[in-house]
Design a protein around this ligand. Structure first.
Ligand code: 13P
Length: 261
């Protein structure tokens, strides 16, 4: 955590946990986390769409400080877009954070930089916070194209945003080769790319926006690796996939300050 930026730990469940399993998972997580944890760290969970209503009800009824997130949305509010989910409807369900441009959406479902940019605008229009994902493939990394790739993604996604809008966003650097593979970018490698992203925001938008925007690392984060990641000066949190499905492991990730060496 750096300066004024509140750390943010996010659990992206991807296509896992039906709404019964989701309730159990969040109840257990809420039991494991303490007031101190929520005072120090923003905690968001991103269940599948079909779980959101159950999650909203649970969070409201038990007054949980876990923040509700979605994994995606469309950029239009309504209309003939069969199978898509409106950002307006997500906001009505108490969703506060929306992952936008996850590499699985970009690589498996053909989402372009332009499409992702529209979603960023739509999410903010409805008062929610986008978690904008960027990251390179293994081939791009090996060809020395990592920074070119992430800077291009950042430029496209932020083109229509003001400094104030960028300040309140979250960016997640998720190298595609580190997702679900057990391979981490080293904390130093992640720091280097994330520092470059911050510089890109400074030159594109403004220095204060670059200092305020929170940037997460994502890719095979575990309880055993989080403390070292969070010691990096530009890394403000993590976006966790597999390890967020186990409430005990995810709680230990949120509580990284307690087991920091
Ligand atoms: P893993 O933590 O399973 O590698 O997933 C990372 C991710 O894609 C989070 O959005």
């Amino acid at each position: 955590m750096q300066g004024e930026r509140t750390p943010i730990v996010s659990g992206n469940w991807k296509m896992n946990n039906n709404h019964f399993e989701a309730i159990q998972c969040v109840q257990k997580l809420a039991y494991l986390l303490q007031k101190d944890d929520f005072d120090a760290v923003d905690v968001t969970i991103h269940p599948p769409f079909t779980d959101l209503r159950s999650m909203q009800t649970l969070i409201d009824a038990d007054q949980l400080r876990i923040k509700l997130g979605a994994q995606n949305c469309h950029h239009e509010e309504k209309g003939a877009f069969t199978g898509e989910v409106s950002p307006l409807f997500l906001a009505k369900l108490g969703v506060q954070y929306v992952i936008v441009g996850h590499s699985e959406r970009r690589e498996l479902f053909g989402e372009t930089d332009d499409f992702v940019a529209r979603k960023v605008v739509a999410v903010q229009k409805h008062g929610m916070t986008p978690i904008l994902c960027v990251g390179e493939t293994l081939a791009e990394r090996e060809a020395g194209l990592t920074l070119d790739k992430v800077k291009t993604q950042i430029r496209a996604a932020l083109a229509k945003r003001t400094a104030e809008q960028v300040k309140s966003m979250v960016i997640a650097y998720e190298p595609i080769w580190a997702i679900g593979t057990g391979k981490n970018a080293s904390p130093q490698d992640a720091q280097e790319v994330i520092a470059a992203i911050r510089e890109e925001v400074a030159s594109l938008i403004s220095r204060p926006a670059a200092q305020a925007v929170r940037i997460q690392y994502g890719g095979s984060v575990k309880a055993g690796t989080i403390a070292e990641i969070m010691r990096m000066p530009d890394i403000d949190g993590v976006l966790v996939g597999g390890a967020s499905l186990d409430p005990t492991e995810f709680a230990r990730i949120v509580q990284y300050r307690r087991h920091a060496v």
